[in-house]
Write a protein that binds this ligand. Structure first.
Ligand SMILES: [Zn+2]
Length: 306
């Protein structure tokens, strides 16, 4: 137990002096611990869930026995900073993209002790499959098929957003718990495998919140506005960069009241629910990204305080 939260996952110690390799987790217990010795510093890495599902975010805790420089998490090919929560205590949120295949994946925490020795702890996770609903939609042809200029616009807008999502900024401005973006949070459609007029389309990497036009929308955590503008699909759209590779996305807004580069606080009103862009009625399309990819926003909101 740590802070009242059971660690169902793994606790891995790696104590590394010069020339001592990282420890592999022991098998066969619900709380695997491995320890290698060779120095006076320890670095431990723990997760609450060793078998995260597709589209699932999860919390990572790191603790160190002394000062460590450049402490980072390595996950799914990226390197991410962690949030310092106390002396020698750190946390991060990472996740599994909803399209990532089931199978094993390594999570690593790494830092350097003053003087140069590298501390490294690794846990082996297993991504579990999640069953997503299939959604059949019938739309008028003009809403489902696009001419070349429109396709070019769609591609350009996607490229702009992709480049924003690739930024891993500091400081980390998010905190657990995250705040729902609207007061009445009733999510639908996460991960729906969509078929439009019989043709398979990209899965729905967000939730839809059906609410009256004009309902206030607020930031789920502090951050910097990474995008505020008009898009073909998203209509009036806002993206907030919460730092460390965590983003929230708000589409189809009636209006937005923030601008690119603006700092926003947790719970600050950023706009109102609308039906702009490709929307069949007023709703908020709300998505989140964490290190690792696009995850179920409801699971991110469900992460509880320590
Ligand atoms: Zn949507």
């Amino acid at each position: 137990m740590r802070g009242g939260i059971p660690l169902a996952g793994i606790l891995c110690f790696a104590v590394l002096g010069a020339g001592v390799a990282g420890a592999a987790p022991a098998a066969g217990s619900s709380r695997d611990v491995s320890l290698s010795t060779g120095g006076s510093f320890t670095l431990s890495l723990s997760v609450e869930n060793r078998t995260p599902a597709q589209g699932e975010p999860f919390r990572v805790r790191v603790s160190t026995s002394g000062a460590v420089d450049n402490l980072v998490l390595e996950w799914m090919g990226g390197t991410y900073p962690v949030l310092e929560t106390g002396p020698g205590r750190y946390e991060g949120v990472v996740g599994v993209d909803l399209l990532d295949p089931p199978g094993s994946a390594a999570l690593v925490a790494e830092g350097r002790v003053p003087g140069g020795a590298l501390l490294r702890a690794e846990v082996e996770l297993v991504v579990a499959p999640r069953k997503f609903p299939v959604q059949e939609l019938t739309l008028p042809k003009r809403m489902a098929e696009f001419d070349p200029p429109t396709l070019r616009r769609i591609r350009e807008e996607a490229d702009v957003l992709k480049s924003r999502f690739e930024r891993v900024t500091e400081p980390i401005r998010w905190r657990i718990p995250f705040l729902p973006p609207v007061e009445e949070y009733r999510p639908t459609n996460f991960g729906s495998r969509r078929r439009i007029n019989g043709e398979p389309r990209l899965p729905h990497a967000a939730v839809d919140l059906h609410l009256p036009e004009g309902t206030p929308v607020r930031a789920i955590a502090g951050g910097i506005v990474a995008f505020a503008g008009e898009q073909f699909f998203g209509g009036r759209s806002v993206v907030i960069d919460h730092g460390g590779g965590v983003f929230s996305v708000y589409y189809h807004l009636k209006e937005f009241s923030v601008s690119d580069g603006q700092k926003v606080g947790r719970g600050e009103r950023i706009g109102a629910v609308g039906a702009t862009g490709r929307a069949t009625g007023p709703h908020l399309h709300f998505g989140v990204r964490v290190p690792g990819g696009r995850v179920d926003p409801s699971l991110l909101l469900g992460l509880s305080g320590r």
